[in-house]
Design a protein around this ligand. Structure first.
Ligand code: AMP
Ligand code: MG
Length: 354
């Protein structure tokens, strides 16, 4: 893998907002959130840009900083199943209550569920919907933070809208520069190291008719299907619900999303690098020297093609290559099953030009 001059130059200039996660910095982050300020937080999926979910003014700052359309609802994070009532209405329908117990089996972890919204969640969080997306994350730093907050925390991915999600504290700082529009409002970036999953959470909707997969992510459709089958529920893919369809029209579910500025080409077939072009190659497994020598730079995401490693390193490689003034980025593809579904979902959006 080529050495990245952009990253090495930047690391000589540390951003004072990046603070290693510790008991005292986590306490400081909780205090800032209580004051209605924005804090970037590590989670097991990607970094989040957090605000007190009960405070509409604080949540408005998230939309401003990210330049996120007000129609794109946020995910709310809570510390435990006992704290779910801070965000959601208790399920009236017995089937939804059963589905919630299956979901709870995946928590803490990268699974988000859309269900009836609780009375204290302001409109801005859900873009006016009667439902709210909620999850209990597993990263120890965000868990410690949530347990110190007497409110739930709204946190979308900590990247400017439509850019690649952040999987390190440095990525967050790069996206929200002090003095730039919106950037000044990010008060503190808690550094909890690189994210373990590297892709956003799986989103399902709990509905009386049965659960629906809205977005593939760190928890696979196959795992969910198995657990739901045990309670006699079948998991549908995609939604025919009017409200959720309109959430699909929100940028988080739109085709053009997660895009680097450099043109991204997906290698659905074996492909030689075009002559005379500076191309960066993202490989899912080791490639031979002849192949590697054709590219300006190569990132091997996993020596063995392990999709967990591919997901973990994908956004970092896209960001790194985007800083190298390449003509194009060429990236491997995989079967869209298991974790491959989330990887291909993000890559297809990143490569989309419409
Ligand atoms: P992000 O936090 O950036 O990963 O985006 C969260 C995504 O969750 C949004 O783009 C929506 O598509 C989805 N979402 C959040 N709330 C709802 C909801 N109430 N109904 C349906 N989808 C939702
Ligand atoms: Mg996002």
């Amino acid at each position: 893998m080529g050495i990245d001059p952009v990253v090495s130059a930047r690391s000589e200039n540390p951003d004072p907002r990046i603070v290693a996660a510790s008991e005292s910095s986590i306490a400081q982050a909780a205090e800032l959130l209580a004051q209605g300020k924005l804090v970037a937080i590590p989670t097991e999926t990607v970094y989040g840009l957090a605000a007190n979910a009960w405070d509409a003014d604080a949540v408005r700052k998230i939309f401003q900083a990210k330049n996120r359309p007000a129609t794109n609802p946020l995910i709310v994070h809570v510390a435990s199943v006992e704290r779910l009532a801070d965000a959601i209405a208790s399920p009236v329908d017995p089937s939804i209550a059963e589905q919630m117990s299956v979901v709870a089996g995946f928590w803490p972890g990268p699974l988000t569920v859309v269900c009836a919204r609780g009375p204290n969640i302001p409109d801005i969080v859900t873009a006016g919907r009667s439902t709210v997306a909620v999850r209990i994350p597993s990263h120890p730093v965000v868990r410690a933070l949530l347990s110190k907050c007497p409110f739930p925390v709204a946190a979308p991915s900590a990247n400017p809208s439509n850019y690649v999600s952040a999987t390190t504290a440095r990525h967050v700082a790069d996206g929200f520069r002090p003095g730039a529009d919106g950037g000044a409002s990010v008060e503190l970036i808690l550094d909890g190291g690189p994210c373990q999953f590297g892709v956003e959470s799986t989103i399902i909707s709990a509905r009386a008719k049965g659960p629906v997969l809205l977005r593939p992510g760190g928890i696979t459709a196959e795992e969910l299907r198995r657990k739901f089958a045990a309670i006699g529920c079948s998991l549908s893919i995609g939604s025919d619900d009017k409200e959720e369809k309109s959430a699909k029209l929100a940028p988080g579910m739109m085709k053009l999303h997660y895009s680097p500025n450099t043109r991204l080409v997906l290698l659905h077939q074996a492909h030689d690098c075009p002559a005379g072009m500076r191309v960066g190659r993202i490989a899912f497994r080791a490639i031979d020297d002849r192949q590697a020598s054709m590219y300006a730079t190569v990132a091997v995401l996993s020596e063995t093609g392990d999709l967990r490693e591919v997901a973990q390193h994908l956004f970092s490689a896209l960001r790194r290559f985007d800083g190298l003034s390449l003509d194009e980025i060429h990236c491997d593809v995989c079967e869209p099953t298991g974790l491959g579904a989330a990887i291909m979902d993000r890559l297809t959006r990143a490569a989309s030009t419409s």
